[in-house]
Design a protein around this ligand. Structure first.
Ligand SMILES: Cc1ncc(COP(=O)(O)O)c(C=O)c1O
Length: 379
């Protein structure tokens, strides 16, 4: 018998409170009871997005909200600057290409953050660029991109919006949408919002809503203007994912109870303990300069089989971590600490990692990593 625990950067563990809320008998979405729940959810999402704008809830995975962001704000032939520093940056490019946009890629070494100066220079050189698309946290590398600085670059440019994929950052990293001037922010349910997959979220600034009025790309299911008018009445244009919305009310309550700033501090603490443990074990971080508090990407040491390491953590300890994607397949493992995580989880996964590395022939003194994490928690 194994007790499985997710350490993958999505899906992530779902709290018992949320599971129990979702296990209640289904209610009808045209019922006033649902409208009351949805009203509370809408308020809670504004709190987490740190915005006065409507945060629209879509029944899709996160990519649906990415697509919605593109097709509602841009027009065929528009130039877009896509920050490509990992698998999800590439996804922005793929979506934009699918809709006939002119993609200007800004390729960033996987494991590094984008330099806002390069974005600024690209915009100066090509003033026709209508949008800058980036991840807050690039989940394939564990990098945190400098969203605040990017917003400063884009804010003064009337004809350009900043579109941020915060799917693995919202609720783990401070991203004050209104204060920083993020124009479009996208999120998903299965990360730091502590829900199963199936909901996506998107919020637009006033400037971005202006872009919606001029956009001519085809859309039907993800028509954000229609969604906004329904959701402002605590309804949705199509059948909502009712049980997930009920669960979301509970997870948003948990975030409010803890307080958003404390949620960010907890993520930072867990991430720091994980990183210090990794370094103490003699391992290398993939993103030492710009690590995200959501997850830690660790280079698999020479001579160790990366896929085998991931598999053995699951088979021997019941801990489900993630491997690398694309060119990083087999070369890294990724350990999430976003959402429903606490210090004991970090101690557990580090202890198991030490055991498995030793078994696989990596020269390690057991307890070194755990101790480093303990020191972080003890201080
Ligand atoms: C940063 C980022 N963007 C986009 C996605 C895609 O989201 P989904 O798989 O929910 O469509 C993910 C999922 O892992 C992600 O982490």
């Amino acid at each position: 018998m194994w007790k499985k625990q997710l350490f993958s950067p999505g899906p992530t563990p779902v709290p018992e409170r949320v599971l129990l809320a979702m296990a209640q008998p289904l209610i009808h979405h045209r019922d006033p009871a649902y409208e009351g729940i949805f009203q509370e959810v809408r308020e809670g999402l504004k709190y987490v997005f740190q915005t006065e704008q409507d945060v629209l809830v879509l029944a899709s995975s996160g990519t649906g909200a990415m697509e919605a962001a593109v097709v509602n704000t841009l027009s065929s032939g528009d130039g877009v600057l896509v920050v490509r520093g990992g698998k999800f940056g590439e996804r922005w490019g793929e979506i934009c290409e699918a809709y006939g946009l002119r993609v200007v890629p800004l390729d960033v070494t996987w494991g590094e953050a984008v330099d806002p100066m390069l974005v600024e220079r690209t915009l100066e050189a090509d003033p026709s660029i209508r949008a800058v698309l980036v991840q807050a946290c690039e989940t394939s590398t564990g990098v945190l991109h400098p969203v605040k600085e990017l917003a400063e670059v884009v804010r003064g440019r009337e004809g350009t919006i900043l579109v941020v994929d915060a799917i693995s950052a919202l609720g783990a990293v401070d991203l004050p949408m209104d204060r920083w001037g993020i124009d479009v922010m996208v999120a998903g349910s299965q990360k730091a919002l502590m829900l199963p997959p199936g909901l996506a979220f998107v919020a637009l600034s006033e400037k971005a809503w202006g872009f919606v009025g001029r956009s001519n790309l085809p859309r039907y299911y993800f028509d954000l203007s229609q969604e906004r008018s329904s959701q402002q009445k605590n309804q949705s244009h199509f059948t909502p994912a009712i049980s997930l919305v009920v669960g979301l009310r509970e997870s948003l309550r948990m975030i409010r109870e803890e307080g958003l700033q404390q949620v960010f501090r907890r993520h930072e603490l867990l991430a720091r303990a994980t990183r210090e443990a990794v370094v103490a074990m003699g391992l290398e971080l993939l993103a030492p300069e710009a690590p995200s508090p959501s997850l830690t990407a660790i280079k698999v040491p020479q001579g160790v089989d990366g896929a085998g390491l991931k598999r053995s953590l699951e088979e021997e300890f019941g801990l489900v971590v993630a491997g690398g994607q694309g060119p990083l397949k087999g070369k890294i493992i990724r350990i999430a600490h976003m959402g429903y995580f606490q210090p004991a989880d970090v101690l557990q996964v580090i202890a198991a990692l030490e055991v498995q590395l030793k078994r696989m022939g990596y020269p390690i003194e057991l307890g070194k990593g755990v101790r480093a994490a303990q020191e972080v928690f003890a201080s």
